[in-house]
Design a protein around this ligand. Sequence first.
Ligand code: PLP
Length: 410
Amino acid sequence: MSTLPLAAHHVLPPRLLDVRGEFPGVPADWAYLDAAATSQKPRAVIEAINRAYAQDYATVHRGVYARSAHMTEAYEAAREAAAGFIGGAADEAVFVRGATEGINLVADTWGEQTIGEGDRILLSQLEHHSNIVPWRMLADRKGAEIDVAPLTADGRIDEAALTALIGPRTKLVAVAHVSNVLGGVADIRRIADAAHAKGALLLVDGCQAAPRVKVDVRALGADFYVWSGHKLYGPTGIGLLWARREILAAMPPWQGGGSMIDDVRFEKVTYAAAPQRFEAGTPHIVGAVGLHAAIRWVEDIGIEAIDAHERALLAITRAELGHLNSVRLFGPEDSAGILSFAVADVHPHDVATILDEGGVAIRAGHHCAQPLMRHLGVQATARASFSAHSSEADVARLVKGIERTMRIFG
Ligand SMILES: Cc1ncc(COP(=O)(O)O)c(C=O)c1O
């Protein structure tokens, strides 16, 4: 293998160079390159979660004692931080389990109210199943149609073709900000303008964008933006649905139960204002606290620095793997920190197994994007994805493992 072009390729912000030690779950000799599936957690997040359970724990919104009032403040501060992290306001932000739940919530409330027979929902060829299945289910219930925007040759959403597909019956455009398979970053502003010009709304699946690119929902022109905390160095089971204030205010309630009501009688129920109207039951209190710690951790480094770091590692990886004849690289050259590849005739599961033997964890499979796999003409890909703690040594291990795979399979 050729020598990795170290500092010549990029200058890493000093804060990033030493964060590996902040991840107790990532030993120095293990290359965790599956951050797009879920991120490892820095100590600051683990400690915040421990503290929340061991010292500060109580319910929120109901208790009249001081501990509960403090926990409520922490929960609401987390909402403000999570909304602010993507340029939104707290009253536009609903805590959900993750992106999947956020999209289902929109489909089952706004979609249920808005989409009728013959209406159209426009997706793209590269969507994650979370941004396909809820819309297919809604379309089946309502007699609506799904349209699919094609991709460019290098695997981005073809924005011109997408624009041409927006018709008078298109009520919603729903696309990923960053592809979980190919890493391409969509021009959301352009898509938003095209959707709005025809009276459609735009939902952005920000699951892979929030952890790695700067997001400003207002500058992007999004109407809905969803993401998952566990991909942003936070705990599982917590994520955010952001929706424009007027839209959220007009959406009917989703799940019924405690906390989401104003007045309950057997004959009639009135509901709380948004966002409480969408948070039935005891919420994931400690999840929110952990997410807040994760956001602080990311903001302390700077999301732009993480993005630059991941892109630099990706460029090195592409350059290194590009030298290997039997390796096929998918996706745009300038993608955010996610790279799918195939090794000649070796099944991606075999690639991942051999890499695992060498201390490299990658994902292999269809990545919950079967329509994209069909488009690429493969059943599965191998995928390496980077995060703040990834290093050039991780890339070197990956390349070494792929070379070993090629030797084993001749
Ligand atoms: C682009 C994209 N959308 C949605 C999801 C679903 O996220 P979650 O499983 O956290 O709800 C993922 C997770 O892999 C994703 O990568």
